[in-house]
Write a new protein. Sequence first.
Length: 115
Amino acid sequence: MTGTLSIDATKCTGCRLCETVCAVTKSGKVNPRYARIRVVRLEARDKPYFPVVHGHGFVTSHSHALHTRPDLELIFEEFSCLTPCDTCEGDPECARACEAGVLKYQELASGSAVD
């Protein structure tokens, strides 16, 4: 089975702990530049923070947000240069560190598609 990150951006506080944990896990450096996830601040929004993850299934997992927030498409394009996320091989450190419950790992049955 494979999995993906489910992202509930309505819960994001913008703490960026996911970025830090990812960077340390993947590079050993406390520098969000090395993270495979970015928390983007959107101006003039009720919930101004939005985590963006690049990799198989992740950009498409944000497709529901594009219907209500077309400005996110530019953000996804801008961050498509991130190193693709591998979900830490099924145990993503960012999701375990996220106290707000924004990030959750979901197993997918073989043949399942990410919405």
